[in-house]
Ligand binder design. Sequence first.
Ligand code: MN
Ligand code: MN
Length: 458
Amino acid sequence: MERKNVWKTYGEEELAELEQVNRDYREFLDKGKTERECVKGSIAIAKAAGYADLNDVIVQKKTLSAGDKVYLSYMDKSLVLFHIGTRPIEEGLNILGAHIDSPRLDIKQNPLYEDTELAYLDTHYYGGIKKYQWVTIPLAIHGVVAKTDGSLVNIVIGEDENDPVVFISDLLIHLAQTQLEKKGAKVVEGEDLNIIVGNIPLKNEEKGAVKKNILKLIKEKYDIEEEDFLSAELEVVPAGRAREAGMDKSMILAYGQDDRVCAYTSLAAMVSMEQVERTACTLLVDKEEIGSVGATGMKSKFFENTLAELLDRMGVYSELTLRRVLANSKMLSSDVSAAYDPTYSSVFEKKNAAYFSKGIVINKFTGSRGKSSSNDANAEYLGEIRRIFETHNVAYQTAELGKVDQGGGGTIAYIMALYGMNVIDSGVAVLNMHAPHEAVSKADVYEAKKAYVAFISE
Ligand code: MN
Ligand code: MN
C-alpha cells in the first residue's frame, strides 16, 4: 500500500493555493502562541467570515436557522463554531476538533527571586517535554495578569525585534562531565528550568537589588506588583516566528504546531464553507496536553452546554434532541501524528507509520500498550472516511504512533466518543513533536485543509 509523495501530483494552480494556505498558517502561528491568543485570532477570522457571537444571539433572543454562523468563546481559552446546515440538526453534526494548547513552561505563582545578583522567574512545565531541549534558546513570555480590581493585563515579551528575550542557562561543556553521565530525563530537571530575567541592581539598594529593579520595570511598564503574579497565567515559549524550512522550502519549522496545524486547517476549512447540508462544527479546545482537564478542556461540559444553547436558539431544544444530535454526529478529531524519522527508525514500524508529504494521517486508534486509553474507531466509519477523501481527491495515509510497546499518546477523540458518536483521529504528521520547534510538510498542511473541507461538506 505505497502512498505517493503528493508534491509530484500538483499542478501550478494547486501549488499557488498550497503556498497561500501555508502563508496564512504561518501568520496564524505567529499571532497565536498561547490558547488565549489562538482564540483571539480565530475569532477575528470567524468574524471576517460572517460568524456572530452566540452570547449576543442569546441576549438578544434572536432565532437561528439554516445558513446562520455563530461562535462561542469559552473563558477565552476554548472556541466552538457552528454553521447551521440545511438538513434537520437531529441528523447530527459534522465536527472538526483540534486543540490549541501546546507544551511550554508556565511561570509559577510565586516566581521571582534573585540568586547571586541574577534575577530569575521559576517555572513549572506544561505537557510532555524533553527538558534539556528548553535551555539556551531564546524564549518569550506570553500571557495575562489578572489584577484584584478585575482588570486583565496582556503581556508579550520577546517577540518584537526590539524586545529582549529571556533564557534558561545550561552548564558549559567544560564542566559537564558529571552532568553528561546522567540519563536524558535527568540531564536537566524540571525544578532547574529557571528563566534568567535580569542582572542590573537598583541603585541605593543593598539586598535583592536586581529583583527590585525588575519589579520596578514591570511596575512602570505593566502597572503590576509582585503579588499580581499570584493571579497570572504567563507562558514561556520559544521566541520568534514560524519559518519555512528546507532548501526547497518544503516544510515549516515552528513552535506549537501540535496541534495548531490541525486547529488552523480545521478553522480555515470551516470558514471557507458557503453552505453546508449537515450542521458543521469546529472545536478548538484547551488543556489537551495535560489530559483535557479543567473547565476549558474537552472533558468539561462546555461543548454540550453550548450545543444546548444553539438548539434552544433554533427552537428545537429538548434533552432528547440534544442526545440525538450528539449521538448522530460524526467527528474528525484533528490532531497530529508522529512523522517517520529515518534517523530514529527503530521506534517506527514502517508499514504503519506516517510520512511527510503523503497526505493527512488517519489513526484508527492511538493509546498505548494493548490500545489502552484509545478511541478505536469503527471499521464502517473508516470506510466512510476513505470514501469521502477519495471522492474529494484528498491524499491520505494511515498510521499508528510508533511500534507496539514503544510508548503512545492520546487525543480528545475518546472523550467525544462517549456521546456515542463516530470519531476518528486524523491530522498532520509532525517531526520532533513537542520539541520547542516542530516541523511539518507544507503539502500535508494543504491536504489537511482539503480533507477537512471534504469532511464538513459531506
Ligand atoms: Mn496533539
Ligand atoms: Mn501533544
